[in-house]
Ligand binder design. Sequence first.
Ligand code: NDP
Length: 345
Amino acid sequence: MIYWLGPTSSTPQQRTMAQAKSWVLKKHFEGFPKDSDFELKLEQLSEPKDGEVLLEALFLSVDPYMRPYSRVRMQEGDVMIGTQVAKVIKSNNHSFPVGCHVVGRCGWRTHTVSDGSDLTKVWDDWPQDVPLSHAIGAMGMPGLTALYGLEEVCAIKSGETLLVNAAAGAVGSVAGQIAKLKGCKVVGSAGSDNKVAYLKELGFDEAFNYKTVPSLEEALKKASPEGYDCYFENVGGPFSSVAIPQMKAFGRIAVCGGISLYNDTTPQTGPYPHMHMIFKQLKMEGFLVGRWEHKNEESLKRMLTWMQEGKLKCKEHVTVGFENMPAAFMGMLQGENIGKAVVKV
Ligand code: NDP
């Protein structure tokens, strides 16, 4: 149902103003999100004032973090949080002229009036052969997450063995490829045979479908009998309980995400990792990509070069239509995506 937030009749001046569609969190998620938790609203936007711009969304991101963050950062009735690639269509801010593209933390909206504080300009020299949507994917936050998890948290070295789960997704697929670029052996797990085939195509040394292997423990042992130096953790829960005992001594675990826990209504419990952590002297570190924001420009240039050289491949799972945002979000949480899940308006 579309709920109208604007006046019932409009003046000629108001008619020239932009109308925004937005998706709000109607009801906090309980367990897995459902259609009735979201509501599509219409809103009449005011003209951008001095220092402000009017944005039109081109691509919106649906990310796993929206599920846990909705509980801690949002109230019922708030616009769903999220980033988008948008075009500046009106500007009273010389930093963001009309026609330029930005990555904005605008939430799930088609149009936004912004003062620029929540915007990052897409480089003027963004290569024509690189889709703009990659600015919220491999050449944006998820790609940077992969890079920093490996370089800053794991400090991964050539010759080491990496385990990555949710490996065919936005972060995992980039993490595995970067580790290959660094001369590592890479083992990935994913939730379908198509995803496993994709990982092989990307150059992963070993890949398996965690949903169909008879034993996760055996699959991990078979993929790397000598164990794992580094573990890029996207999933958590029972997967990690099986993976942690297979770390080598002094192994490093980058705790990037725990998607198997995000929809829980009651917290899962052990087995607990302490004995393995102690006797193998493991290092386990959680991180948020924003910690290394000061390095983003240099990091993105590095990754863009890899991509243009054909060393880093990026797939997208594109859902067309702003009205399909909730479906795209829930589909991603269910594993429908290979690569980055985005919505094209
Ligand atoms: P993905 O593109 O990987 O999409 C999510 C994937 O998670 C699905 O495709 C699905 O793949 C998998 N999945 C869903 N439920 C489960 C489950 N119960 N068990 C195992 N796998 C599951 O998302 P992202 O690449 O954007 O994010 C990956 C992880 O990284 C998430 O945990 C996210 O929260 C985290 N993250 C952390 C950041 C940080 O700064 N720390 C920044 C960005 C992301 P499959 O078919 O393989 O099951």
